[in-house]
Design a protein around this ligand. Sequence first.
Ligand SMILES: [Ca+2]
Length: 421
Amino acid sequence: MTMVIRKLCITLSLLLLYAGTLSAKQTTLRLEETTTLDGSKIKHRPGDVFKIKDGKYSSLTIKNFQGSADAPITFINSGGIAEFDSREKGNSALTISGCKHIRLTGSGDTQNRYGIRAACGKKGPHAVNVIGRSSSIEIDHIEVFGAGFAGFNVKDEPSMQHKTTRDQFTMRNIALHDNYVHDVKGEGFYIGHTFYDGYDPKKTGKPTMPHLIEGLRLYNNICKDTGCEGIQVGSASEDCEIYNNTILNSGVSPFAEYQDNGMQIGAGTQAKVYDNLIDTCPSNGFVVFGYGKVNIENNLVRNPGKSGMYINTKGGDHYLIQNNTFDSPNDDGVLIGNWKKPPATMELLNNLFILKNSKSNAIVNQNTKAKLTDKKNRTLSQSSKSQPRGVGADLKFTKIDDFEHVSFTTKAPTPFKEPEH
Ligand SMILES: [Ca+2]
């Protein structure tokens, strides 16, 4: 291509981009009690903004909308709080299905940090549900104050018919940030499928493989008084970061055993997990079952009913657990369980353990096969007067007492990786 033609092409594409932006429009929606917005019937272009008028509604479904990577379609509250309460109806309050490149945000009213609220029924449904082969979805500034199950559910069940099995679909680039979830029956955030190795609930012997998530940013969220884990991530196999989240008093009414931890890094997950606060839960602060590379750094876990962190995995390349503070676990600081395949290498570096019980140990390794590097970790008894320096997470976290108004440092999220194909 000659230079002139190349220049012409660049100018043309810039012009088209400009024209695209010009043609994007703002529409104020006046919703019914129950509304389905179907992008296959509503004209829309990348960059369009749909304003959701403040008021009380039952539920909203947004389906089949397609924005673009440069110009997502935005749904935003307008004029005050838009509240979706489907507790009388028993379905999800907010559903996003079959969408790509859209943002649902409650940041439309400067008077209210959470300009969209969502609640749903006592049995079953998730308050906010992202399903139907959706990808590139951003959801922020939403308060979930009740749900029969999870506050946020982001995954499809594996189904050949609905083309949601691993060979047919990969969910990409999910960003959930600055949301507040409290008083839900299940997990605050249920992201990605739990059964990475295959799902076979009816014991047919033919498990289906759930889809993966590539590209996940979960940050600046607050979870309080959740029935199960505050955050649970599974099958998030690439480019996953979980940071600056606050989880307070999780696992208060688990529907089954082992559902009452702080944060679960589930099977099939490779993630960077940093700067989170987990305060008070009946079981372990972290449970970690991820495969591949898992980095857990600079987190504070306080008052877990069992261990600060429980690690048990069926494999994985490398675990790095460093600069964390484990304050007053009832059992041990970090417990490495005895499953058959520990990660190839595991490093525990520069963590701080503040132990309150004489029976507690900082690190317990039940796995003789685990190749563990244990360096520069420090243990203090709770009565110790010496001040920790240079180890563990910043103890400024311990001053937080008003969890509903935690302010997070504004920090641009790491961009998602470009897909390689
Ligand atoms: Ca769980």
